[in-house]
Ligand binder design. Structure first.
Ligand SMILES: Cc1cc2nc3c(=O)[nH]c(=O)nc-3n(C[C@H](O)[C@H](O)[C@H](O)COP(=O)(O)OP(=O)(O)OC[C@H]3O[C@@H](n4cnc5c(N)ncnc54)[C@H](O)[C@@H]3O)c2cc1C
Length: 484
């Protein structure tokens, strides 16, 4: 339990609605800074639908930055960092600048459990069976109402409550975009025919039919994607019979599918919240953006929102945040979501069976033989190409720094505590009165081609240079006034 508070002070600094991957990751990030966090989750039990999701390069890097990757890796399956864009089958491009250049396939309930455990170990409180149904905010904080009428008070509220977000609706924040045009069925199951036979039939069909696949997803198990149109009731969970029906309609055979591991139905609705913040209430993850799962980006995007927001909200709570810091959450992350929505729109078009779309797909398939094109698309999907707009400066400014070798081992090993870091090759710089928020590493041999670099807690480059005065201006910009 957190220590007793005075009557006037809210008992929690931050309440998070929703203990999905976004909410759990955010709770953990806030706890790194001793923020009093309560996560309210409407479901009484963790999710059980065993959908496999892919953690992309940037998310793997973030997990490494917090010392979580070793805990996660044994639960997943490494796959090559390739064929992400519209499932166009190309090998991984050369020159991917990351130690973690692979995709980790992992069941969503497992990654959710690991993130929740991590948040709880760091001291977050999670209450299950608590649906947020109301909120009111004033100058001091937010009053959150639960379905049973209980009212809770905190200084800030974050809606990490998924695509149908109650928090977003209560705020009256618009969620414009396109409604679902098509629905698909996806699942994993065993098959009753030899692999070679499947491969031949599938290759033939996929020449013209991209909203269809049947591909190996483990020993004897296949991942299956088929259009949902025309089968079963939209309100009901899909059945194996629905899959068989669609397989027969497209391939002329149901491949003897049986023993499903999980079955799901999803649409291609694409929407983006008009605002990510209304005073003391913020939105993150699917609550702020939804898009088709093509390229496997939604969970990654939400976890990365949490990384961007966590230290900024913590700074606000701790009282050292510069005025505009919390607003940079929206200015940085909303354009990233906009770009993801756009790439999923583009990928969706490339799955169409229309002759024009097929021609564009063939053309892009050719273009991807150029490593630069292949790499550009990979950087887009895996989020390692993100460059936040921090103003004029070298190309590295605003980008993430890869996990470099440094004299103490590797760079990300120094970021576990979620603090800033000054990496100083000149050995002449200092973090002075910011040392309570920013760590310092003097390393003339560090494998980075700049004299000094200031990293934010989310691993993005906030400053590059060798001038102490200039550095101090940037420390003030990102980390507030120095403590002494
Ligand atoms: C078929 C399919 C495949 C996918 N594959 C991938 C993939 O490979 N890679 C990837 O990155 N993404 C993938 N996604 C997307 C990913 O599943 C979502 O983007 C991700 O779950 C979003 O996380 P979240 O925490 O923001 O929201 P959610 O996971 O929706 O979690 C929200 C939580 O809030 C709770 N909640 C809701 N309302 C309330 C309330 N009023 N009060 C309290 N709690 C509430 C919910 O119970 C839930 O636990 C896929 C999606 C689909 C459909």
């Amino acid at each position: 339990m957190y220590p007793a508070q005075s009557i006037a002070e809210p008992p929690y600094d931050v309440i998070i609605a929703g203990c999905g991957p976004t909410g759990a990751m955010l709770a953990a990030e806030l706890r790194l800074h001793d923020v009093r966090v309560l996560v309210l989750e409407k479901e009484t039990q963790p999710a059980s639908a065993v959908r496999i999701v892919g953690l992309h390069i940037r998310s793997l890097e973030l997990m490494a930055m917090r010392g979580l990757l070793d805990r996660i890796l044994p639960h997943g399956r490494r796959r090559p960092a390739s064929a992400f864009f519209a499932a166009i089958a190309k090998p991984a491009p050369r020159g991917v600048d990351s130690r973690y250049a692979y995709l980790l396939g992992i069941p969503q309930p497992v990654i959710e459990r690991l993130l929740e455990e991590h948040a709880i170990e760091l001291g977050a409180q999670v209450r299950r069976g608590c649906a947020v149904v109301g909120l009111e905010q004033d100058d001091e904080g937010v009053t959150v109402e639960l379905a049973d009428g209980e009212k809770l008070r905190s200084r800030y509220l974050v809606g990490g409550d998924g695509g149908r977000s109650t928090v977003r609706k209560l705020l009256g924040v618009g969620f414009p975009g396109e409604p679902a045009r098509t629905e698909s069925l996806m699942g994993e199951m065993e098959v009753g025919v030899p692999q070679e036979q499947i491969a031949v039939t599938v290759a033939e069909i996929r020449e013209t039919h991209q909203r269809f696949w049947l591909r190996p997803a483990g020993v004897g198990v296949y991942s299956v994607l088929v259009p949902a149109a025309g089968v079963s009731d939209r309100a009901e969970p899909p059945t194996l019979e629905d899959f068989k029906h669609q397989l027969r309609a497209i391939a002329g055979t149901d491949f003897g599918v049986h023993s499903p591991r999980w079955l799901s139905r999803f649409g291609d609705a694409t929407r983006l919240a008009e605002r990510y913040r209304v005073d003391r209430v913020l939105l993150a993850g699917d609550a702020a953006h939804i898009h088709p799962p093509i390229g496997g980006q939604g969970l990654n995007l939400g976890v990365q929102d949490a990384f961007n927001l966590g230290w900024k909200l913590a700074a606000r709570v701790r009282g050292w945040a510069p005025d505009a810091l919390l607003d940079t959450y929206q200015t940085e992350r909303r354009p990233v979501a906009e770009a993801v929505l756009d790439n999923t729109r583009a990928q969706t078009e490339l799955l169409s069976t229309e002759p024009g779309a097929q021609a564009v797909r063939r053309l892009l398939t050719e273009l991807m033989d150029f490593d630069e094109v292949n790499l550009h698309l990979l950087e887009k999907i895996t989020a390692i190409g993100i460059r936040y707009d921090f103003g004029a400066g070298p190309d590295l400014l605003g980008r993430r720094l890869p996990d470099l070798d440094v004299k103490q081992g590797n760079l990300y090993g120094l970021l576990h505590r979620g603090r800033g870091l000054l990496l100083d090759r000149t050995e002449r710089l200092t973090v002075g009165g910011w040392s309570d928020r920013v760590d310092y590493l003097a390393d003339p041999t560090a494998a980075v081609d700049v004299p000094g670099v200031l990293l934010r807690p989310d691993g993005h480059v906030a400053w590059i240079g060798e001038d102490q005065r200039d550095l101090e201006d940037h420390l003030t910009r990102w980390f507030g006034r120095q403590a002494h």
